[in-house]
Design a protein around this ligand. Structure first.
Ligand code: SAM
Length: 357
């Protein structure tokens, strides 16, 4: 996919500090969003189905070696109920996310949940059923095929950073950058709409790295982006972002959204929860900088506090309906409308994979 901006121009835009210049960047990205992906903001209700994880990513609060976290796994009925809540609430899609596991019991469990959600969400209101995105880490091509066949059609697997040396500082030696890239490519082979993304403001990360991340999205022909600020986790083993305090980190997160929109106009870009952890209206600000997707939390309230990827994760005590109401107010306040009952696939994905069911 052709990137509409040069590397040097991307670095320059990410480095803007003058408020008037940043406002001009925001305005251009916001206007281009309406032109290319439309005025709607799409909801994907996120179901955090388990915090059990076989990996030990240094930044993450649910990593295997964090003994402080109480582990949980929703049962089949709880997953399906949370997903069907999304259908009833008018969210066109759900996201099933969890720590990474590759055992057959987990693979079959997800397969069954996906098939059941698809079958039970078909209705006059949702003739194609609920859109199902998975975010369950690196898996084999065969597993991806099984989950795609069961009825999931989008998959989010962050690359975390496109700089292999930086990737190595974030993960134990057993986790390889090349394997992650191969998994992203396997998702395409399996027929998924592919989402990826990075953490912004990682210790040691430069603006050149972030510009290369945007280039990576283009080179890999990515359909959707979920990226957000790196936030310290007490359960992790990495320091807080040495690079930045809260305000500049938020500003950089927002500039990344705007510049990605300008560089790759037809992608879906999410305003992620991590933005809201930095500032109460962080997701709404993300929407005004060019995001067109947001992911309200529909995980049962009782377990939510155990899916604490980073300190200060918001919406822990809110019920799903409260999240729905507050998000709608935020979307309307930012001048956009909610894409109720729509799958809201990106124009890029619709061109690449015209049949998505
Ligand atoms: N296991 C799946 C995977 O790795 O793709 C999905 C769950 S994983 C917890 C989802 C994402 O959370 C990661 O890709 C990472 O970018 C993000 N994350 C984890 N810890 C974070 C932190 N401290 N700050 C910001 N994002 C974080």
């Amino acid at each position: 996919m052709t990137i509409a901006l040069s590397h040097a121009e991307i670095v320059r835009l990410l480095g803007l500090t003058d408020p008037a210049a940043i406002e001009e960047l925001r305005r251009s990205a916001y206007d281009l969003t309406t032109e290319t992906v439309g005025n709607a903001v799409h909801y994907r209700g996120i179901v955090e189905l388990s915090n059990r994880c076989a990996l030990d990513c240094y930044y993450c609060g649910i990593r295997r070696s964090n003994r402080e976290v109480e582990r949980y796994g929703l049962d089949r009925d709880e997953v399906i109920e949370a997903a069907l809540f999304c259908a009833e609430a008018g969210y066109g899609s759900c996201v099933l996310q969890a720590g990474e596991r590759r055992d057959e019991a987990f693979i079959a469990f997800v397969e069954e949940c996906v098939a059941e959600i698809r079958a039970r969400s078909l209705s006059e209101r949702l003739p194609q059923g609920l859109g199902i995105t998975l975010s369950l880490g690196e898996q084999s091509l065969e597993t991806y095929r099984r989950w795609r066949d069961a009825g999931a059609h989008r998959y989010l697997l962050r690359i975390e950073t496109s700089n292999p040396a930086l990737f190595a500082t974030l993960h134990p030696p057993a986790q390889h950058f090349e394997t992650r890239v191969r998994a992203v490519d396997d998702l395409r082979t399996a027929g998924f709409q592919v989402g990826t993304g990075v953490m912004i403001g990682l210790p040691g990360q430069t603006l050149d790295d972030l510009a290369a991340d945007i280039a990576f999205y283009g080179q890999r022909d990515i359909d959707m982006i979920g990226m957000g600020p790196y936030l310290h986790s007490q359960g992790g083993s990495m320091p807080a972002s040495a690079m930045m305090a809260r305000e500049p980190l938020l500003a950089l997160g927002l500039k990344m959204i705007a510049v990605t929109r300008l560089a790759l106009p037809t992608l879906n870009i999410a305003a992620t929860t991590a933005l809201q952890a930095l500032v109460e209206d962080g997701r709404e600000r993300g929407i005004t900088y060019g995001a067109n997707v947001t992911m309200p939390n529909v995980t049962p309230r009782g377990v939510r506090r155990n899916y604490q990827l980073y300190d200060g994760k918001p919406c822990l005590d809110e019920g799903s309906l409260e999240c729905r109401g507050c998000l709608e107010r935020r979307v309307i306040a930012s001048g956009r409308r909610v894409g109720w009952d729509e799958w809201g696939d990106s124009p890029h994905a619709r061109r690449r994979l015209p049949i998505t069911v």
